[in-house]
Design a protein around this ligand. Structure first.
Ligand code: CP
Length: 317
């Protein structure tokens, strides 16, 4: 693939999942692939897992990685076209991105949404400007609308833990949070599960938290969480803010937090969360510290997903 922004960039999702699992079994099997190559990891927003797993993945492939915290360490970038730069932005992406294209073989970039301007957020404007002007392959380290490395990791984790000869039932449930969060993890997980096609998938959320139609095509959506949890093999817990009433927090209802009591409705489901998580707001400590939690295994798998994506890009560019 040329760039990795969405499930639509991947022609064979099961093969990419298998590639990640192969790297998990043998992390250094392609240790020469990235020699004399460099990946630049640009962060306009904070990160722990994405940053470090990408660096470990690059190192496993023999590739150097350089992290650049754009907002804190570099010039403030302007992304709008044809703008008179008389504000706080010092450098235009049209000038900066081609320079980055000279320094690196691959660029990764993380940009969060404003949660104010829905149209701009959902055009994934920042990452598309970097693709347009850098001239080199770009990996999304989480964009305004999608988090593809996380979603690939999530499918890797389901694939490696589900041993039965039937389709797993996967439920993604909205959970409360203290602040407004993007919809990108939820959008992305739904997009990837549906593109993968190897699970029965249900989303449950309170009324008002409907995701954008294009990300939930063919998905069963229920507002009754108990009904949705019934028989689940996996419960993916995530908060997101409203899409229709854009960026708004419409509920803090603590009844939506997953507990061991609610877990009894499921098929002894494994519980997933992308992390970071607000304990006892978004997800109960009894679950996070209990035997059904996959969150550490899931976060560990971030390395193998990133390695599979970087290897694919190195092999095809
Ligand atoms: N899940 C995830 O993307 O974690 P970070 O924000 O720490 O990278």
């Amino acid at each position: 693939m040329k760039s990795f922004i969405s499930a639509e960039d991947v022609t064979n999702i099961p093969a990419l999942i298998q590639s990640a699992l192969d790297f998990k079994s043998d992390p250094f099997k392609s240790k020469a692939l990235g020699v004399k190559k460099r990946v630049g990891l640009l962060f306009l927003n904070p990160s722990m897992r994405t940053r470090l797993s990408s660096q470990v993945a690059a190192a496993n492939l023999g590739m150097e990685s350089i992290v650049f915290n754009v907002g804190q360490e570099g010039w403030t970038l302007e992304f709008e076209e044809e703008v008179v730069m008389n504000g706080t932005s010092v450098e235009h992406v049209k000038d900066a991105a081609p320079v980055l294209g000279k320094y690196f073989d691959i660029l990764g970039i993380r940009t969060f949404p404003s949660l104010v301007n829905r149209e701009e957020d959902y055009s994934d404007f920042y990452i598309r400007q970097i693709i347009k002007y850098s001239g080199i392959p770009v990996i999304s380290l989480e964009s305004a609308t999608l988090h593809p490395l996380q979603s690939l990791t999530d499918l890797v984790t389901i694939r490696e833990t589900f041993q039965q000869k039937r389709r797993p039932t996967v439920v993604m449930t909205w959970a409360p949070h203290v602040k407004a969060l993007p919809q990108c993890v939820a959008n992305s997980f739904s997009q990837w599960v549906m593109a993968w096609g190897e699970a029965d998938f249900i989303i449950t959320h309170p009324k008002g938290y409907e995701l954008k139609d294009s990300f939930v095509k063919g998905v069963t959506v229920l507002n009754d969480q108990d009904m949705a949890l019934n028989g689940a093999d996996y419960v993916y817990v995530k908060n997101w803010s409203a899409f229709n009433d854009y960026g708004k927090v419409l509920s803090h209802d603590p009844d939506w937090m997953l507990t061991n009591k609610k877990l009894q409705l499921t098929n002894n489901a494994k519980v997933m969360h992308c992390l970071p998580v607000r304990r006892n707001i978004e997800l109960s400590s009894e679950i996070l510290d209990g035997p059904n939690s996959l969150v550490t295994q899931q976060a560990g798998n971030r390395v193998w997903a990133a390695q599979a994506v970087m290897a694919d890009i190195l092999n095809t560019n």
